[in-house]
Write a protein that binds this ligand. Structure first.
Ligand code: NDP
Length: 463
């Protein structure tokens, strides 16, 4: 049983003022594997005070000094990649490929930011003005459970690069992962107060941080509902906000797509691309392949390297997804494969049967609301025009996929999609490209130069 009873404030692991505890579970077994003592409002405000004390000196560090810090952070996080993998395995139970990627990314984001800093000019001359990009101040990061240390490191790397200090509030469901990453970051030996990490409930610690007048900037990843509440509260003191929210991303399979490429990619991207748009005349063929190929996506405990789909993170998330599986049938969609209940042979663990709904209309709730589980909706279109219209007929705009054998045609389609990212034929990750959403998927961008500038304010001195 893992007991986590410290928060990280002002460069030290300290006992929180908060006295509430939350249980920690292994989602693959439903067993309680630990407990975490949670921070409260007083801890949140103490963390902000520490970040505020650290800000004047840190904001005046040179670019070279920050590059050195980012490299130290990279080394410290990479050193313990094995421990990060293990923590995410027991506490989040994601499939091995996801965990390996997340653990590698956690360290690499610091190097990516160091690379951006090398060529970034904080000062420029515009007419009679000397314009300097200044750090925004004390920043707060609020992160969810689905990729704990990737979010923490991504957001912290931009804050450090900009010269801002930070308070991080991760999800309490990821406390073991947070503990390991905090130990790594501590090893990088940054000045006291530059970053602080307080695990606690969103409506307690998250709300206190959002209301604190000494916080200038909030960067949030999570649901649109929570993002909206945070943005409203942040507006009271005009905090800058970056919001990475939900999505209902379309995967458009154009009529000339190579299904050998498209079908595995569509299945692999099943959270990022939850609406599959197929040409009506190829629907039967595509559905048959989806149904066949989804069977190779083995479910189970991530200790098994063959596993491609893990469980939901909690009973609450399992119940939520089950609700959508019922709803889809009530709305008149047809189950191609999967459905409610536990997968065969998995009596323990919050596993959901990988599910594909056929005959989905874009006005159904299963096509409009984020489900956040292994659930795909197949929608058919008559022509490309209609495909683009369906793709854009959503409140969200996080990411989209386009599949075609003709790259130029795919790019023309991509140009018409209202989303922050469009991936063509399953192209690999591009770490320096901006990430973020159109419409209710949020605002602002993370990563690369856009991510850095989200933590900067221009100041013009005119003489
Ligand atoms: P939430 O948006 O509720 O939580 C994300 C973070 O915000 C958590 O740290 C949470 O703390 C915190 N939070 C909650 N309420 C407040 C508040 N009033 N003020 C400040 N912070 C707050 O997401 P969930 O984790 O509950 O997941 C629900 C749904 O969100 C998922 O099913 C999915 O659809 C979506 N989601 C999207 C993600 C994405 O990457 N786009 C990532 C995760 C979720 P606490 O944990 O204590 O509630």
């Amino acid at each position: 049983m893992r007991i986590i009873d410290r928060v990280y404030i002002d460069g030290s692991f300290v006992e929180p003022h908060g006295e509430q505890w939350a249980p920690l579970f292994n989602p693959a077994t439903e067993e309680q594997i630990g407990k975490v003592r949670l921070a409260d409002e007083e801890d949140a405000n103490r963390a902000v005070a520490a970040a505020r004390r650290a800000f004047p000196a840190f904001s005046n560090t040179s670019k070279e000094e920050r590059i050195t810090m980012l490299k130290r952070l990279h080394a410290a996080v990479s050193e313990r990649a094995g421990d990060l993998v293990e923590a995410m395995r027991v506490e989040y139970a994601a499939p091995p490929s996801f965990i390996d990627f997340a653990a590698r990314r956690a360290g690499n984001v610091f190097l990516d930011m160091a690379e951006i800093l090398e060529s970034y000019d904080f000062r420029r001359r515009i007419g009679r003005a000397d314009v300097e990009m200044r750090p925004s101040g004390v920043a707060v990061a609020i992160t969810p459970w689905n990729s704990n240390y990737s979010f923490i490191c991504g957001k912290l790397s931009a804050a450090i690069a900009s010269g801002s200090t930070m308070v991080i509030k991760p999800s309490e469901m990821s406390a073991i992962q947070t503990q390991v990453i905090t130990e790594c970051l501590h090893e990088a030996d940054l000045s006291k107060g530059v970053f602080n990490i307080v695990t606690g409930y969103g409506n307690v610690v998250g709300a206190a941080l959002t209301a604190n007048r000494d916080v200038s900037k909030i960067t949030f990843t999570g649901s649109t509902v929570t993002g909206r509440a945070i943005a409203q509260m942040a507006a009271t003191t005009m905090k800058r906000v970056t919001m990475e929210l939900g999505g209902k991303s379309p995967s458009i399979i154009l009529d000339d797509a190579d299904l050998q490429v498209a079908v595995p990619q569509v299945l692999a991207a099943c959270i990022a691309g939850s609406r599959i748009l197929v040409p009506a005349y190829r629907r039967d063929e595509i559905e048959a392949r989806l149904k066949e190929e989804v069977k190779v996506f083995t479910l189970g405990d991530p200790g098994d390297s063959e596993v491609r789909i893990g469980p939901m993170v909690s009973q609450k998330q399992w119940d939520r997804v089950q609700g959508y599986l019922r709803l889809g049938q009530e709305e008149g969609a047809t189950l191609l494969i999967g459905g409610e209940g536990r997968p065969e042979g998995l009596e323990r663990g919050w596993f959901v049967r990988p599910t594909i709904f056929s005959g989905v209309r874009n006005d159904m709730r299963i096509a409009r609301e984020e489900i956040f589980g292994p659930v795909l909706c197949v929608l058919s279109y008559r022509d490309e025009e209609e495909a683009i219209a369906i793709a854009n007929d959503t409140d969200y705009g996080l990411q989209a996929n386009v599949f075609s054998s003709d790259l130029e045609r795919a790019k023309r389609a991509a140009d018409r999609i209202e989303a922050g990212r469009v991936i063509i034929n399953g192209a690999p990750h591009e770490p320096l490209a901006p990430f973020g959403g159109f419409k209710q998927s949020g605002f602002g961008r993370e990563f690369g130069v856009f991510g850095l500038e989200a933590f900067l304010e221009p100041r013009a001195v005119i003489s």
